[in-house]
Design a binder for this molecule. Structure first.
Ligand code: NAP
Length: 308
């Protein structure tokens, strides 16, 4: 077996701790050699507080960039300029222009760029895509409702420009939608509820049209306490497919379908190793484009101020 790929995690926050570090530790294709974060640290490896210092003086390693999207462009370009293979969290950048700039830089530098969409690796998504292939899809309904205080405690960046607000989880649903329903998709109407003290929405409703004018309706809401809802329902030829639990559970006509047991982030790192080995990149901006279009044509309504 070849030597493990040295890798550093940049931005030691919630998702780095919850998912990236355990997935790297469990994958023999990788070896964690450093962490880079202004405040967060990781035991057992050298820690750096500044990316440029790490790139200049630290071990040469691939990079998992786990910072918020608004902090991604400059860090991604620095990593690429240093010749590092790069995995980036979703959303891939704060704007479409930024991710195009990052993608071009990676292509010119000849590094692997993997813009991850973790929800596409949820266990039910690939079987759902395969089952839907070739069927005539009549309607899609997305319900993505969660409690922002539970999932983003104390995070200020989500409310600032480039922070996406409820599109931060909502884009996960859009990443599944664009995987199981490939082809053109455009927003026809959007309503964005924006707290009076914030720059980004806490609630969104979206109407879209997919390939062959398939109607898609989505509701994203960050104000749901109690049970959390991450569901997609697809009506096709008199039958109904449900993805529940963010894509982890697949049902067809109300019956559960067995799905693979691999978690999202272990699958992401397996794919990253394959991309590095074959010197390929994987970047899809379709989910980000839908968010951008919703911001462009959406009607914004000021709602109650948000306090954490
Ligand atoms: P987080 O807890 O705020 O962690 C991000 C870390 O990035 C911070 O702890 C911070 O560490 C560092 N950072 C560098 N520049 C920053 C800046 N300008 N503003 C804020 N932090 C900065 O956020 P997260 O929840 O891990 O989310 C990070 C990314 O992962 C987002 O793109 C998010 O969509 C994605 N994601 C999150 C989840 C989740 O459940 N939270 C799930 C899947 C994907 P230092 O202060 O130490 O530098």
């Amino acid at each position: 077996m070849s030597q493990p790929i040295p890798i550093a995690v940049v931005g030691v926050g919630k998702i780095a701790r919850d998912q990236h570090l355990p997935a790297i530790a469990a994958n023999p294709a990788f070896r964690l050699v450093a962490a880079v974060s202004r405040h967060g640290t990781v035991d057992g490896v050298p820690n750096f507080t500044d990316l440029h210092t790490f790139l200049a003086t630290g071990p040469k390693a691939a990079i998992a960039l786990c910072t918020p999207p608004s902090a991604r462009l400059e860090m991604a370009l620095a990593a690429i300029a240093a010749g590092r293979d790069l995995l980036i969290e979703k959303p891939p950048a704060a704007t479409l222009g930024e991710i195009e700039t990052i993608t071009r830089a990676a292509r010119i530098a000849g590094v692997t760029l993997f813009a991850t969409w973790h929800s596409r690796f949820a266990a039910g998504v690939a079987p759902a895509r395969d089952w839907l292939t070739g069927r005539s899809i009549e309607a899609v309904t997305i319900t993505w409702k969660e409690d922002v205080r539970r999932w983003h405690p104390g995070q200020e960046w989500i409310w600032q420009p480039g922070g996406f607000g409820v599109f931060d989880p909502g884009i996960n649903a859009l990443s599944i939608l664009t995987e199981i329903l490939p082809g053109p998709m455009h927003v026809t109407a959007a309503a964005l509820d924006v707290p009076a003290n914030c720059a980004t929405p806490i609630g969104v409703t979206l109407a879209m049209l997919g390939r062959d004018a398939t109607p898609v309706h989505a509701v994203f809401d960050w104000r749901q306490e109690g049970p959390q809802t991450w569901e997609i329902a697809v009506e096709t030829e008199g039958r109904t497919l449900h993805l529940r639990m963010g894509g982890a559970v697949l049902e067809i006509d109300g019956s559960a379908i067995p799905v693979p047991v691999e978690g999202e982030y272990p699958a992401i790192y397996r794919r990253f190793a394959d991309l590095i080995a074959t010197r390929q990149s994987d970047v899809d901006i379709a989910p980000l484009r839908i968010c951008a279009d919703a911001f462009l044509i959406g009607h914004q309504t000021a709602t109650a101020p948000f306090h954490d």
